[in-house]
Design a protein around this ligand. Structure first.
Ligand code: ADP
Ligand code: MG
Length: 275
């Protein structure tokens, strides 16, 4: 059989086995292997490594696309110096992902802009890269889905919010829930309890959750299950969003001042224009 025919058969077999990357790089790898006198073993190893790497990259890209994450940011992009009161070690220890193996929960509390969603997204990204299934939703969206599935008589077992290894429920507490919504959320939490990890972010302290979920008995039942195996991180600090605004305002003020000409300072520190 000629080399051309052998090549055609290899290409057709690679397509049947769904190994497209090997098909793309084969020519080049053969040339390099021949010129450098590489062993059969390292030649095969190089081809398979490249195929696996490409497949893994595609898996992560697809999983992230369907995960519902609002943005992609890693923990490396989180500036801990901006939140000096935040326990960096406690946050970083989550990134070994043992809490997911232990089916434990994570709860980030704090006012808007302190980085709750950023940290949640960074954890989801890490989990996804580690091959775990992730699903991100806001509380508002989750309630809509739970209600729809409940009304349609679907138990939700095939749903991502049910079966993913890590489900993130962002923004718990922005909108108060009625009794039916409370019940749906309770069932969601109870279904995942000790079976898989849930990550919650909320701008409300637990003491305010009773007002959020109209029935105090259900709130207790929800918190009981959420907190039994959990890591709670309360972020007390300034909003990162406003920081950017403050810097911008400072620049604007500075530019306006310069446009006004030289300034004088009075005894009580007030700046006066020198004209
Ligand atoms: P929250 O969910 O607490 O309201 P976000 O996580 O949405 O806040 O943060 C708002 C924006 O500020 C996002 O773009 C986020 O990436 C960024 N951000 C917040 N905290 C930090 C930080 N410490 N370092 C870098 N970026 C931050
Ligand atoms: Mg947020």
């Amino acid at each position: 059989m000629t080399d051309t025919l052998v090549m055609q058969r290899i290409e057709s077999n690679l397509a049947r086995l769904r190994l497209p990357t090997i098909g793309q790089i084969l020519d080049q790898v053969i040339k390099v292997a021949e010129s450098k006198g590489k062993s059969y073993l390292s030649f095969l190893d190089e081809l398979l490594e490249e195929e696996v790497a490409q497949k893994e990259q595609r898996r992560v890209e697809t999983a992230l696309k369907i995960s519902g994450l609002p943005f992609i940011k890693s923990i490396d992009e989180f500036d801990f110096t901006f939140q000096p009161k935040l326990d960096r070690q406690k946050v970083m220890s989550l990134f070994d992902l043992t809490f997911i193996g232990q089916k434990a929960n994570v709860i980030f509390l704090g006012p808007p802009g302190v980085g709750k969603t950023h940290l949640a997204v960074a954890l989801a990204l890490k989990a996804c890269q580690a091959g775990l299934s992730i699903y991100f939703t806001t509380m508002e969206e989750l309630i809509v889905k739970l209600k729809k599935d409940h009304e349609a008589g679907r138990a939700g077992k095939g749903r991502s919010y049910y079966k993913s290894s890590l489900v993130i429920v962002d923004e718990v507490g922005y909108t108060p829930s009625d009794r039916e919504q409370c019940n749906l959320f309770f069932r969601f939490v109870a279904n995942r309890y000790e079976k898989a990890s849930t990550l919650i972010t909320s701008n409300k302290a637990f003491s305010d959750w009773a007002e959020l979920f109209c029935d105090p008995v259900i709130v207790t039942a929800i918190l009981d299950r959420l907190l039994h195996h959990s890591v709670v991180i309360n972020i007390k600090g300034n909003s990162y969003r406003l920081r950017a605004k403050e810097v911008k305002n400072a620049i604007n003020i500075d530019q306006k001042m310069k446009a006004c000409g030289p300034l004088l300072t009075t005894e009580n520190g007030i700046l006066l224009n020198d004209r």
